[in-house]
Design a protein around this ligand. Structure first.
Ligand code: GDG
Length: 472
């Protein structure tokens, strides 16, 4: 098998791929281990220009090389904090109202992608298959192509692809789509994302797109596909039960004094619908006095991107709402919302999921949402909790056993909480089984292997080394 080169904004450390962090890092590393290869990307460090230009730092782990570079402050500001997280992230999550566009940041985004591509070229071998991940790196493939790299190259978008009317808000939308067309395979989380991309190709790029994902645009041919990212359900179940005996989880259980537990875990991000969720829980307590003092919402929300303005805002809003609601419904021995603004060990999260009666996962928009899947996999099959899930999470396509909610409908979410809390065991089991069938069918290995099979299957005579042409 030819080598694999994975390129992502952040590279997992060799320890993170050994199961301690679990999830995606382990899945991607599995593919790298099988074929040998390189994992290339940003180290997460902001460094001086001279350190950044020293070339990638290499760490070897068996047949896998971890190659990381630091970014100078200006690059970090323009590429990461700026265009990636203050323009692409909000617009791709349908939040034009929160997006800012700055030409210099966009220029920085492209410049850093080219710079990263130059660093990566030195690590490439002629037959390597290159798999690029996520919105930070859309122009990475085009930068490699312009240096004459003809390897098979695929791109997977972890976040939603917005409908064209939304995408048009980003002034260089055409350049971004043109860059995507430099890959041989472009993967999306859901059919809706793929359809939105096709829609842009046909209506705005004068290209063609077939139902089975053959796309022609900007003088290039590529394949698009839907690859639903998943989890390894057995690994989650093992973590959830392993943690059961641990002291912290026992302590929490004891402190609940028999109260029902609702669990939510999200990076602290405005796309996750946290404020709306808190309001729904408040509404539930308001309308169901019998539950006051008898149910607790634990919200774990580790901070991310805290130097982006909109993230500071969401943190303030959330702290305000938690304080307000707790002020209204707390008793001497009861706090309705326990809001933890910190990161927890993975095994602890999974065992808390198992202890809880509801997994409340209500993003306003989400590419997939792995927490929803982890919640289900962590349950005790004999007495499972209920997943309450936003219809706007990619996971809603598969998790048909969830109670589906519209995260803008506070009353609807409050009603779903009530229904989940009093759901009979037989219905909970049935819903759990329905979800587990899909979790097993589309696990993380299927996601990874089906994407790589399509990428490796790209016919060499279809390789196109030239930069894309204008379609108009
Ligand atoms: C992006 C897309 C897509 C969270 N808090 C802690 C912690 N986590 C873990 C969860 C889960 C992961 O982080 C979060 O994954 P999600 O999928 O829920 O969301 P994003 O971070 O926004 O991920 C998303 C995903 O990429 C994959 O393609 O599904 O739509 O936005 O695994 O458990 N882990 C630990 N401590 C925490 O406090 N250890």
């Amino acid at each position: 098998m030819t080598r694999l080169v994975v390129v992502s904004n952040r590279v997992a450390s060799p320890t993170e791929t050994k199961g301690s962090a679990g999830g995606l890092a382990v899945g991607v590393f599995g593919a790298l281990k099988d074929s040998g290869g390189v994992w290339f990307g940003w180290s997460g460090d902001v460094v001086s220009d001279s350190v950044a230009n020293q070339g990638p730092k290499l760490e070897q782990d068996g047949a896998v090389t971890f190659a990381t570079v630091g970014l100078p402050k200006k690059d970090y500001d323009q590429y990461y904090r700026g265009f990636s997280n203050a323009t692409l992230w909000p617009v791709f999550h349908y939040r034009n109202d929160l997006a800012v566009y700055d030409r210099d940041e966009y220029a920085g985004y492209r410049r850093v992608n080219s710079w990263l591509a130059h660093r990566a070229i030195k690590l490439l071998q002629p037959d390597d298959v290159i798999w690029v991940h996520d919105y930070h790196l859309i122009p990475f493939g085009e930068a490699l192509r312009s240096e004459g790299v003809t390897n098979r190259m695929g791109f997977f978008l972890h976040i939603p692809f917005p409908s064209p009317q939304i995408l048009l808000n980003i002034p260089p939308h055409e350049e971004l789509v043109k860059s995507l067309c430099c890959y041989d395979v472009v993967g999306f989380q859901t059919p809706g994302d793929q359809a939105a991309f096709h829609d842009y190709i046909v209506r705005h790029a004068h290209g063609t797109a077939t139902a089975d994902g053959e796309v022609e645009a900007f003088g290039r041919k590529l394949k698009t596909g839907v690859y639903r990212i998943g989890i390894f359900p057995d690994e989650i179940a093992e973590q959830a039960t392993r943690g059961e005996a641990r002291q912290d989880v026992m302590d929490l259980k004891q402190s609940l004094e028999g109260r029902k537990l609702i669990m939510s875990v999200d990076r602290l991000d405005y796309s996750k619908g946290l404020v709306e969720r808190f309001k729904a829980f408040e509404h539930f307590l308001e309308k169901s006095p019998e539950w006051r003092g008898n149910v607790t919402l634990v919200q774990i929300a580790p901070p991310t991107r805290s130097d982006v303005d909109t993230y500071q805002q969401i943190r303030h809003n959330l702290e305000y709402e938690a304080g307000r609601i707790n002020g209204r419904y707390s008793g001497l021995d009861y706090t309705p919302i326990r809001y933890m603004n910190q990161r927890y060990d993975r095994w602890k999260l999974m065992s808390l999921f198992r202890e809880s009666q509801i997994g409340l996962v209500t993003p306003l928009r989400d590419g997939m949402n792995l927490v929803a899947k982890e919640y289900v996999a962590a349950q005790n099959p004999d007495d499972p909790g209920v997943l309450v899930l936003s219809q706007f999470a990619g996971a809603a396509d598969e998790m048909k056993g969830a109670l589906m909610v519209n995260p803008h409908d506070i009353v609807g979410m409050s009603e779903a909480i009530g229904r989940a809390l009093s759901m009979p065991l037989a219905e909970r089991r049935e819903r759990y089984e329905t979800n587990m069938v899909m979790l097993r069918k589309y696990d993380l290995g299927v996601w990874r292997d089906s994407f790589l099979a399509d990428l490796r299957g790209v016919k060499l005579d279809k390789q196109q080394s030239k930069r894309p042409a204008n379609n108009k």
